[in-house]
Design a protein around this ligand. Structure first.
Ligand code: HEC
Ligand code: HEC
Length: 232
């Protein structure tokens, strides 16, 4: 009697467990995306080739998300997004002029509207990770490779204009401009090989982006990438 009750309880538990797994597996990431995300994000490509198109863009393009992001970050972030771009998707749309001076109205910048459940987030992350750029080289950056932080800082903040547009953390302090995405959490968010490719040729990913294409040696581009993506 006691034994059969335990067995029944165990079977019930097993049934519950499979029901939960079954529910997650049944979620179709593509369908969730179409319903909750596609009104703002471009998932089919290509990127806009006109400045007007960039001004109209409601949210960052996601048609190469599988090359760009780390899946674990997506799963977490899509459940409660934090701000990445201090001036929004396009900084000119949030520029205000007061007393002859330009400033960004950061209060008017809206974060991503995603509020997915954990199960939805897993399914959508899987769907996003299937959107890869076929031409991007993989295995270019070894994120555990040693590099000189002082040389990286010299490149990022002095020799090249990176810090004018991007926020980074330098000795526990945040510093940098606001017209580009903050790179403070790039080590958790971005795929190192994609960071390298994005620095190498910004216009390949977004023909009308205002990030300049800078001619850099492999060594300099690698140091800049490691500075942004190395595990802190
Ligand atoms: C109302 C418009 C809107 C909707 C709907 C929306 N987003 Fe966003 N999303 C944004 C904006 C704006 C950003 C840029 C936020 C930032 O930089 O802080 C963003 C950023 C993102 C990013 C980071 C992109 C990057 O390049 O850094 C991802 C990933 C993302 N959204 C996924 C989703 C998913 C998945 C959904 C649906 C569940 C969704 N979004 C729904 C507006 C939206
Ligand atoms: C004039 C401003 C500007 C300068 C200078 C600039 N960037 Fe950018 N950067 C941008 C913009 C704009 C984006 C993409 C915007 C978006 O995705 O919404 C970007 C994207 C990136 C990304 C991808 C980040 C992400 O989350 O999508 C990396 C990495 C990056 N830049 C690194 C650099 C480095 C390294 C330098 C210096 C060699 C540099 N940038 C110089 C404006 C700039």
């Amino acid at each position: 009697m006691a034994r059969s009750r335990i067995l029944n309880a165990a079977a019930g538990g097993l049934f519950l467990a499979t029901a939960v797994v079954g529910e997650a597996a049944a979620l179709d990431g593509k369908a969730v995306f179409a319903e909750k995300c596609a009104s703002c994000h471009n998932i089919t490509g290509p990127a806009s080739t006109t400045f007007h198109g960039v001004l109209q863009r409601k949210a960052p393009d996601l048609f190469y998300a599988g090359s760009k992001f780390q899946r674990e970050w997506l799963v977490r972030w899509l459940q409660s997004p934090s701000r990445i771009r201090p001036s929004g998707t396009m900084f000119l749309n949030h520029l205000v002029t007061e007393d002859g001076k330009d400033r960004i109205d950061e209060g008017a910048v809206k974060p991503c509207a995603s509020r997915l459940s954990a199960a939805e987030s897993e399914a959508v992350a899987d769907y996003l990770m299937t959107h890869r750029d076929a031409k991007m080289r993989a295995g270019v950056v070894d994120r555990d490779k040693k590099f000189s932080t002082s040389r990286a800082l010299q490149l990022f903040t002095k020799q090249y204009p990176c810090v004018g547009c991007h926020r980074v953390r330098v000795r526990d302090k945040e510093t940098g401009g606001v017209s580009g995405p903050a790179l403070t959490d790039a080590s958790e968010r971005l795929n190192p090989d994609w960071v390298y490719a994005r620095i190498e040729n910004p216009q390949y990913w977004d023909p009308k982006t205002w990030m300049p294409k800078i001619d850099l040696s492999h060594e300099k581009r690698e140091i800049l990438t490691l500075f942004l993506v190395s595990r802190k």
